[in-house]
Write a protein that binds this ligand. Structure first.
Ligand code: AMP
Length: 372
């Protein structure tokens, strides 16, 4: 090897949604990745020797790093499922049992999709004994269904932002844990990492209190590529490692389990994709047909976003029906927005609620959409 990537050299850069309409490039170094790799291949997940692993998440999503790093380092085999196949349920359901999978790495959303097929069960997947989830909330409903279909499998919930390299906490969810918690915990930090809970001033809160989740350790990135402004807002220096303010809310319970309690800001997860609502708003407001618009998530009872809606004050137009206007806006948006960020439902209003500071009151619309 003539040019090894080592130490602080950048190993990969993954772009995530940003508030200003331009994505942020998270720089992950060799050392960052090494810290994650040591953990994911270590004793905690108790993986088979040469794992045969599902490789479903796209490479643009850092969850994919979990499957390829772990499998390639352990001399295993990756079974790739293309995007097209993930979206063709009949073909997907036919293929999956033929892959002899031992380890299933995905978002809970993808597992929900697989669970639609009643044949997704241990009888048809005799070697599948490990499920590793990350990227969004693992709901009790998903866990219960999966556990009933794969009673002998170990099911792990892991948590982490791209900025701290894939995942930094983990817990094996057992029937006992499921019974004990109303919302499943996200676990404990890996050994080389520290997690703090801080208040609005950045001071640590008292034990058991809620606040922002802050991560410090060797897997925390040095910051965003060519973006010192955004880097300064979220990354801080500790004595040895970088410290990342996640924007996630959480608290530790008396057993030391970290509990996830949502977001401080307007970032959401939709079908596993990380989206900043401000970026969608920017896109919507660029449309020629739009006077003013905001994007609003609709949640289900398990805190999962099920739909992204656009609330729009339209400019004068000649469309005879709202559906035609929606089609025209969507067509325009596909020219400059990622498909997963485009709202699926459009609601037209004469005006949007305005808050005291004169801006559109997103919180009020979120409340209205979710009847709270
Ligand atoms: P990403 O950078 O795409 O991996 O997204 C990171 C964000 O996803 C985190 O900051 C959380 O808001 C959310 N997230 C990741 N894992 C979990 C989990 N296990 N439970 C709840 N939220 C999660």
């Amino acid at each position: 090897m003539t040019h090894p990537v080592k130490g602080d050299d950048i190993f990969y850069i993954i772009f995530t949604s940003g508030t200003t309409g331009s994505p942020k490039g998270v720089q992950i170094s060799h050392n960052n990745l090494l810290s994650f790799a040591d953990w994911v291949t270590g004793p905690f997940f108790d993986l088979p020797k040469r794992p045969v692993t599902l490789a479903q998440p796209p490479f643009s999503f850092d969850l994919s790093v979990m499957d390829w790093v772990m499998t390639l380092l352990m001399g295993g085999t990756l079974k790739a499922v293309s995007k097209e196949l993930s979206e063709n349920f009949k073909a997907l359901f036919e293929l999956l049992p033929k892959l002899s999978l031992q380890v299933f790495v995905s978002t809970p959303s993808f597992a929900d999709l697989c669970l639609v097929d009643p044949e997704f069960k241990a009888d048809n997947f005799p070697e599948l004994k490990r499920f590793l989830f990350c990227g969004e909330e693992l709901t009790k409903k998903t866990y219960q269904k999966l556990q009933a279909r794969f009673p002998e499998a170990k099911i792990f919930n892991t948590y982490g932002p791209t900025e701290a390299t894939v995942a930094v906490t983990g817990v094996q969810i057992t029937p006992a844990i499921e019974k004990e918690y109303s919302r499943l915990p996200i676990g404990r930090a890996k050994n080389d990492t520290k997690i703090f809970i801080v208040d609005e001033n950045g001071d640590q809160v008292d034990k058991g209190k809620s606040g922002e989740i802050v991560i410090s350790g060797p897997s925390v990135s040095k910051g965003y590529l060519n973006n010192p402004g955004k880097t300064k807002q979220a990354f801080f220096d500790d004595q040895i490692y970088k410290v990342y303010h996640t924007g996630d809310l959480g608290r530790f319970d008396d057993k030391g389990q970290l509990l996830y309690e949502g977001r401080k800001d307007f970032q959401i997860k939709l079908h596993g994709y990380r989206i900043e609502l401000e970026e969608v708003n920017q896109g919507l407001n660029q449309s020629h047909y739009v006077k003013q618009a905001i994007a609003v998530p609709r949640y289900d009872a398990d805190h999962k976003v099920t739909q992204l809606q656009a609330w729009v004050v339209a400019k004068e137009n000649d469309f005879s029906k709202p559906i035609e206007l929606t089609k025209a806006i969507k067509k325009e948006l596909t020219e400059y927005m990622m498909p997963y960020m485009i709202p699926t439902r459009f609601i037209y209003k004469d005006k949007l609620p305005i808050s005291l500071n004169g801006k559109v009151d997103i919180k009020a619309v979120i409340k209205e959409v979710n009847n709270v």
